[in-house]
Design a protein around this ligand. Structure first.
Ligand code: FAQ
Length: 318
């Protein structure tokens, strides 16, 4: 293709983005747009799958049958989200095997939040309330993203995340209305999860290499800092209802800005976790690799069955 032809395709593409049209898998797109989407969608898919692990830790120890059923359903939902997202990512011309390889080798990132341990039952509350809460704020914005398959996957994911957020909040509400020990457990959990939840939104806009271009392509509808602020503003009143204290002495309503001011995030901790040095990074990847290897016989059996069915169809056609 000549340079002029590429330029005119690029102009048509930019015009479609400006008109808020969705870009579909077979449409022409700049190579950088395709690669950026593979990066973000696959990281998102990996986050959903790795995100099953911290909560999976509590299935056998849920305090009642009702809690166990809800937790199991939530974790299954996260697995489903991973599958929609892997499928959306495959439409951009990368295979599932390549995506898994990138996760298992440590080449692909996944959300920093899932490298923290779940130490008490109250953490099931905090993960639902804060982690799903942060995920929803990010994902509602992503429903309006320019790539069709990603945008559509988000619609169902957001509905399910809302249920997850409420079940987490209800766990904490129960603990906060319980014994002093239970309330202390909830407070300790909030103390540990608050700052990592703020880190989920990514680095400050000024330090985010991808935000500017992603906003132009309408992959990101809001910046990291805008979403983080929205999360804080929405979550502080919810903590007040629980009677819990957010572990940030600088948190204060700013009447002029009509937003909460908040303290400095420990960006050194964030980058350490992103680079693989968080409390559970090694354990999480080892669990995923192990699950993949142990599941080989299931994949082989499914492929063999599919091939047999195909053969049968051909025989019948002859
Ligand atoms: N963790 O330039 P930016 C969930 C990386 S789903 C690790 O700002 P970008 C459901 C970033 O990749 C949670 N790495 O990058 C659930 C980039 O590195 P790269 C996941 C991070 O992409 C709930 C570099 O830093 N959600 O929770 C993080 O424009 C409960 C520079 O950053 C999504 O993935 C981080 N937190 O913006 C499941 C949503 N932040 O790739 C189970 C979709 C940044 O250039 C239980 N993703 N990095 O080498 C996004 O919205 C974006 O990718 C951001 C990052 C906002 C995460």
């Amino acid at each position: 293709m000549s340079e002029n032809e590429i330029k005119s395709l690029e102009e048509m593409f930019e015009a479609r983005i400006a008109r808020d049209e969705k870009i579909e898998p077979k449409d022409w797109m700049p190579e950088k747009y395709r690669k950026t989407h593979i990066r973000q969608i696959s990281q998102h898919a990996h986050s959903e799958i790795v995100g099953m692990l911290p909560e999976g830790n509590w299935i056998t120890r849920a305090p009642s049958l009702r809690r166990k059923v809800a937790l199991l359903a939530k974790i299954q939902d996260e697995g489903g989200h991973g599958l929609y997202l892997y499928s959306a990512c495959e439409t951009l011309g990368i295979s599932r095997d390549e995506l898994f390889e990138q996760l298992h080798s440590g080449e692909a990132k996944y959300s920093s939040i899932f490298n923290y341990p779940t130490l008490t039952w109250a953490d099931m509350g905090s993960v639902g309330w804060l982690v799903d809460g942060a995920a929803i704020i990010n994902q509602v914005a992503l429903m309006g993203t320019s790539y069709g398959p990603y945008s559509r996957a988000m619609v169902r994911i957001c509905k399910e995340e809302s249920f997850h957020q409420r079940q987490g909040y209800e766990i904490l509400l129960t603990l906060c209305n319980g014994t002093p020990e239970q309330k202390a457990m909830a407070q300790d959990s909030l103390n540990r999860w608050w700052w990592p939840s703020l880190m989920m939104f990514g680095p400050r806009d000024a330090e985010s290499p991808n935000t500017e271009q992603s906003v132009k392509w309408k992959l990101k509808r809001k910046t990291n800092d805008e979403l983080r602020q929205q999360f804080i503003d929405q979550t502080v009143p919810q903590a007040e209802i629980l009677g819990l204290t957010i572990p940030d002495p600088q948190l204060k309503w700013n009447e002029e800005r009509k937003h909460y001011d908040f303290g400095e995030i420990d960006w050194n901790e964030f980058w350490q976790v992103v680079k693989g040095h968080g409390p559970c990074n090694k354990q999480r990847i080892a669990a995923r690799v192990n699950a993949h290897e142990n599941g080989k016989w299931v994949r082989d059996a499914a492929m063999a069955y599919a091939e047999k069915q195909e053969e049968k169809k051909l025989e019948q056609a002859i």
